[in-house]
Design a protein around this ligand. Structure first.
Ligand code: MTE
Length: 316
């Protein structure tokens, strides 16, 4: 992230999809699928996507105005497909995220190799609207589709030695061409303390805007941790490991003075090279785009207690 030069947004406010229009659009899509008007598009969806029910709306959702599908899918950080914001959209088109399995190992009673489809059950899927706040200073509001990380992890029965959870992205430079360049330590890894991971907020996303997750957003499955900077929300996950000691994380290894393990959104703890007091909302005209950064990205009620007694300047 440190090597990115930020450009000011060129996206007009008129391109932001208001929620009402999005909901109308979803209703339209559902009717269209029912009447086979969208037969071609429908046939391209994986089998499980056809089974998606009318999604429950999570109470943890933000009520902020949604970013447009266009914003969310063309302004990305996904270094496996290039380091500039437009690269993932262009370079991930050929990536085929199926079949997909997730290896679960380490301190748990039920390790194994699981097919992704085992986790995508209509009964657990819901829509959660979270603001993604990037450490670079921009944010977007995204209607994710997925399920609770905690519920998923409980199924593997972590042991009492499981103090942390590590996540790993696919390592395959033939499918992720950005990995041919050593800009980061591959594969990308991330981690959470077990109590953070078991909090109700972390979300495993398999879709957005009611659709299958676009490749550039981390297909077929990625993490979303809404009170932490965006780089904790690791994409295209192939491995989950329960550990007794704090796992290494890609950005922390790359620049330990700049990117800590915790990475909680915090307006009072600046990045060594820039302030975190304000953020720029992607998609708004510049005179409306700045807003105050919220402590824990607005989720203090749910997560502040996880850090009781900790010096957040030290554990940044
Ligand atoms: N995961 C992987 N594997 N590789 C990445 O480069 N970038 C992170 C995070 N997850 C990244 C990743 C960063 S810096 C951000 S801000 C978010 O993904 C961006 O998610 P989005 O592109 O869906 O908005």
């Amino acid at each position: 992230m440190s090597i990115i030069i930020q450009k000011s947004s060129t996206i007009k406010s008129s391109e932001i999809t208001p929620k009402s229009i999005y909901l109308d659009r979803r209703r339209f899509m559902q009717q269209a699928v029912a009447t086979s008007v969208l037969l071609t598009a429908d046939a391209m969806l994986p089998a499980w996507a056809k089974k998606w029910p009318e999604l429950k709306h999570s109470p943890y959702s933000s009520s902020d105005k949604l970013n447009s599908f266009e914003d969310i899918t063309t302004y990305n950080n996904f270094y496996e497909f290039g380091t500039s914001k437009k690269d993932p959209h262009k370079n991930a088109t050929k990536f085929n995220p199926r079949p997909w399995s997730i290896t679960v190992e380490g301190e748990c009673e039920k390790p194994g190799v699981f097919d992704l489809e085992d986790f995508i059950k209509p009964a657990v899927l819901e829509e959660r609207i979270y603001r993604l706040r990037c450490v670079e200073g921009w944010s977007m509001v995204i209607p994710w589709v997925g399920f609770s990380l905690a519920d998923m992890l409980k199924g593997f029965e972590p042991t009492s030695k499981a103090k942390y959870v590590e996540f790993t992205t696919l390592l395959d430079e033939s499918r992720m061409p950005g990995q041919k360049r050593r800009v980061l330590r591959w594969p990308y890894t991330e981690g959470l303390r077990i109590d953070e991971a078991m909090n109700e907020l972390p979300f495993m996303a398999v879709g957005l805007y009611g659709e299958v997750l676009p490749n550039q957003n981390g297909a077929p499955i990625r993490l979303v941790v809404p009170w932490k900077y965006g780089y904790k929300s690791i994409k295209s996950i192939v491995k989950i490991r329960f550990t007794e000691t704090q796992p290494q994380t890609t950005w922390n290894v790359t620049a330990p003075k700049e990117y800590g393990f915790y990475s909680n959104v915090n307006p009072t703890v600046d990045h060594p090279r820039w302030s975190q007091k304000k953020e720029r909302v992607i998609g708004l005209p510049f005179w409306q785009a700045k807003r105050d950064t919220q402590i824990f990205n607005g989720y203090a009620k749910q997560v502040a207690h996880l850090y009781d007694g900790m010096d957040l300047n030290k554990y940044f």
